[in-house]
Every structure is written in C-alpha cells, then in structure tokens.
Design a protein around this ligand. Structure first.
Ligand code: HEM
Length: 506
C-alpha cells in the first residue's frame, strides 16, 4: 500500500517536472520570437527559437548550416537572424567595419575554442599584446628568411613523390600535403622535427587521430559544455575505459603530451639555447643575450603548449585544404595545368622571389583559396558600445553578428559564375572588377584579428604547387567528387582523400 503511494508521488513529480520543462521551453520560445532584442530582424522562425536550427544542418543532415546562408540572404535580405542570439550579415561595408585594423568589435565568447591561446582572446587590445610578439616572425620578410628551411622540407617531400612516380603506386596527396604543412609549422614554430613527410605512405598516427576527432569541432559548437566535461573526465578515467571511449584521440593526446614536454624543456632551460640558422617562433622567446630575460614575460608552460597546438591546428588543415583544392581543380582543368607548367618552365629556379611574381600561379592559388575559404564562417563578432547601423538598420550594442567568407566568395554580382573555378578571372578582369573581387576575397579574414600565418601559408602554397607541377604530371586515381566535398569543421576539410598518380615530366 505504502509502496503504491510512494510510486504515485514519484509519477506525479515526474509529470510536474515534465510539464514545467515544456512550459519553460514554450515561454522561452515566445520570448525569443516576440520580446527578444533581436525579434524584429527577419529569418526562419525556428532559427529564432533554437540554435538547433543550425544544428540540424550541421549535425543531422550533414549539409552544413553555412551552405544555407546564401539562400537565406536571398530570401530575407542582408541581415538574417540565424539563431536566437546571432545575426548573419551580407554587407561588405559592415564587414570592413568589423574586420578592420583597430576594430572595436571583439570576438564572440559564446563559441570560442582554444581558450588559452591568442585565438581565444576575445578583446582586440589584449590579443594585440600577444600578437605583437609573434608578428615579426610572420612578416613577408621573415618568411623569406626561412625559405631554406621550407625548401629542405619540400625537397624531402618531393623525394618521396618521386618514389611514387617511379613505382607507379597511387599517392594519397591529402596525407602528403598535411605532412608537409605539419613539418613546416612544427619546425618553424618550436624547432621540433616530427619527420611527418618521411612516414611511409605519409601515414602518421597523429594525423589519423586528428582526422577521427575533427567532427567534434562541429559537435562542440552546439554542445560545448559536453565537450568541456569530457575533456575534464577523460584523463581521470581508468586507462582501459578512457582508451575505449577516446580511442581515436589517443595519438592526438600523445602529440599534445610531447608538445607539453618540449615546451616545458624550452621554458625551463638554464643553458643558453644554441643559435639556430633561422629564428624559430617559440625559441625566440628565450633570448641568448644575458642582458635580456630568458623567459617570455607572460606565458606559462601550459599556455605555451596550448599556443603550440593552436599554431599546428591553425596552420595545417587550412593550408592542406587549400593545396588539395588547388590540385583537384587543376586535375579537372588540364588546360590550366598546362598553362601553369608552361609558366613554371620560364623560371630558372623555383625561389620564392621568382615564383611569387608568376601571374598564373598566383591566380591559380588565389582562385583555389576562394574555393577553400579557410574558415567558411560565420565568423562572429560583437557589436561594440554605441551600437551600429547595417544596411540602414540599427543594431544594438552587444549583438553577435557573423560574416561568412562562403557568402562573400559566392556573390554572383562580384564573381561572375562563382561556382566556376577560373584563375583567368584574376588576370583578364578589368582593374575595377579586380578591385571589387579583392574586396570580397577574404580567406585569411582581415584586420586586427586576421590570420597571423598568412605569409607562411602563401609561401607553402607557392613552393608546393610550383614543385609539384614543375616536376610531375598529376592524374586522378579514383578520387570522387564526393570525396572532395568539404565539411565545415570550423575550418573547411574535405570528406575524403585526394588520390593521384604521378608521372615525372622533367
Ligand atoms: C591557407 C592557409 C590559411 C588560411 C586560409 C587561414 C585562415 C585564417 C582565418 C580566416 C583566420 C581568422 C579566424 C577568426 O577570426 O575566427 C585565421 C586566424 C589565425 N591563423 Fe590562419 N589561416 C591559414 C594558415 C595559417 C598558418 C600557416 C598559421 C600559422 C601560424 C595560421 C595561424 C593563425 C592564427 C594564430 C590565427 C588567430 C589570429 C588571431 O586570433 O588574432 N594560419 N586564419
């Protein structure tokens, strides 16, 4: 009897809890639709009610929310409410205002991965202090100075490609490019040679591990607290259980541990470090000049490690995806590949000094960056105090506004037939058209929070593509269109791998 009474009470409590939850969501939805500060802005009603409107495309259909944005702008105009607390903007003047040098727009803290790093610092003045330390190592002139380092890596990489062309074996260029960019970034940033390009078939456990955990970037956009909880619980679980749950991330974790050890050794070294033939970004914090402090004034071991991982993450996939996009499009446009090779044959050597002035090579890379986006978007910023006006409408201070390279790069009024990959558009267009295209071309973002590694990326792109096309004929070996479709993983990443056959041409 007592038992029945207790179970009645329990079922009543469950019912009330359920009704309270439903009521909470109904009231919250009504508030978001009619009383929220953004309720006056147009957009799909479901997007106003829940962030899972975007989650549906990103997590359920796998078609990516960012790809919906051009249609949404066509339907609703330059300002679209794409989630309860965020507007998406298609207005190049508003973009230039938010992404200029010295902008007052800070990064949105709602979704800010890599918290302990330069990337994760929301406000511009604080980020500037940290960025100013790095800037001298990423200027155009500084990157020119490390050309011998890049060239050594490229030569080793080319040596392995020659083995493929000799044996007639299929080469997985997706792994090949990632190994190349990984070696460049780890050696330049913290003088650590992981010999990625020397791995058999370019297969490296760290890269495989990274590939398996990439979808978590999309998941954490919607369930960041779950990811934070997992990263807290993971290391505290018994190793057997943790290995079972986090199997894919094991080698990634090992790489992080190695970095941690390396950074701790750098940070705590008492002996002056040997002078390298080239300056490396993190070594440079540790001056050999006795009159200067050996330590970077603000960064702890842990912060340096996070920063190292950020540099690897920021520099590898983005450059790798751009390289893959370039080759895939050249495979589909044999005339363009021939034109490129003819231009490369006019150079006595493939020095950066020469090749970065080649108009067709530059156009091929620029067009491929238009297609690979870097960060497709929306890149979110917060409207500063005093608010702003976009497309004639007032936007209150504190509003999160996003801009997407995917939207701007596909604007048909600026890029004629934007879906066509055409390096010629960067050569044959009128000066006015080129100026307008440059205004809408933003793979590296712009302004105070633009890409730190842009010059390094350009150098890698120039050297890798010039070396590949000067030395080899590149043919597809079973890669499908679907393999080369990209997914939005904060940065763009192709679904599958680019497999090619190489034949030596010189
Ligand atoms: C084709 C290659 C690359 C592309 C397309 C690219 C693109 C971008 C974009 C769009 C941003 C801004 C993201 C945002 O505001 O949310 C960014 C930031 C950044 N990138 Fe790159 N990137 C590339 C290569 C590199 C390389 C090689 C490095 C090496 C160090 C690097 C380091 C960074 C860093 C540290 C930031 C954060 C800057 C800040 O927060 O102020 N990137 N990149």
């Amino acid at each position: 009897m007592e038992l029945t009474h207790a179970s009645n009470i329990a079922s009543h409590i469950s019912l009330y809890a359920f009704l309270a939850t439903v009521l909470y969501y109904v009231v919250r939805s009504i508030y978001r639709l009619f009383f929220h500060p953004l309720s006056a802005y147009p957009g799909p009603w479901l997007a106003s009610v829940t962030t899972m409107y975007g989650g549906y495309f990103d997590l359920v259909t796998g078609t990516d929310m960012v790809r919906q944005l051009p249609q949404l702008h066509t339907k609703y105009g330059p300002i679209v409410r794409i989630s309860p607390d965020q507007l998406d903007i298609e207005d190049i003047d508003a973009y230039n205002e938010a992404f200029k040098i010295g902008t007052r727009y800070k990064k949105d803290e709602g979704f800010l991965p890599f918290r302990d790093t330069l990337f994760g610092i929301p406000d511009v003045p604080t980020a500037k202090k940290r960025k100013d330390v790095y800037m001298p190592y990423f200027s155009h002139a500084a990157i020119k100075k490390i050309e011998p380092l890049l060239q050594t890596i490229i030569d080793r990489w080319k040596g392995h490609l020659l083995e493929y062309s000799n044996s007639g074996q299929i080469c997985d260029l997706s792994w090949g490019f990632q190994c190349l960019t990984l070696d460049a970034i780890t050696q330049y940033c913290f003088s650590k040679d992981v010999h990625a390009v020397d791995h058999t078939d370019f297969i490296m456990p760290f890269l495989e591990s990274l590939e398996s955990i990439r979808p978590s970037a999309t998941f954490s956009k919607y369930f960041s607290s779950v990811v934070t909880a997992l990263s807290y619980v993971g290391p505290r679980l018994p190793p057997a259980i943790s290995r079972y749950i986090f199997e894919g991330s094991h080698s990634f974790g090992k790489f992080v541990e190695d970095c941690e050890e390396h950074m701790r050794a750098l940070n705590n070294a008492t002996e002056p470090r040997p002078t390298n033939s080239y300056p490396t970004v993190f070594d440079s914090f540790f001056s050999t000049d006795a009159s200067k402090s050996r330590k970077h004034p603000t960064l702890t071991d842990a912060q340096l490690t996070s920063e190292a991982i950020l540099f690897v993450g920021a520099g590898m996939d983005t450059t790798g995806t751009a390289l893959i996009t370039t080759v895939w499009n050249l495979i589909h446009h044999p005339t363009a590949a021939q034109k490129l090779r003819a231009e490369l044959r006019t150079c006595d050597s493939l020095d950066l000094e020469h090749i970065e002035h080649l108009p067709y090579l530059t156009a091929v890379i620029k067009e491929s960056l238009r297609f690979s986006y870097g960060v497709p978007g929306p890149i979110a910023r917060v409207v500063p105090e005093g608010g702003t006006v976009i497309a004639g409408r007032k936007i209150p201070a504190g509003t999160v506004v996003g801009h997407s390279a995917y939207v701007y790069h596909n604007n048909p009024d600026v890029f004629y037939q934007p879906e066509q990959w055409s390096p010629e558009r960067w050569i044959d267009s009128t000066p006015e058209q080129k100026k307008e295209m440059d205004r809408f071309w933003m793979p590296f973002s712009r302004g105070s929070r633009g890409c730190l590694g842009m010059n390094l990326a350009w150098a890698e792109l120039y050297l890798a593509i010039a070396t590949l096309y000067r030395t080899f004929d590149v043919q597809n070996a079973g890669t499908t269109e679907e393999d080369m479709e990209w997914r939005d993983r904060l940065v763009t990443v192709q679904k599958g791998h680019l497999k090619v056959k190489l034949q030596k041409v010189e």
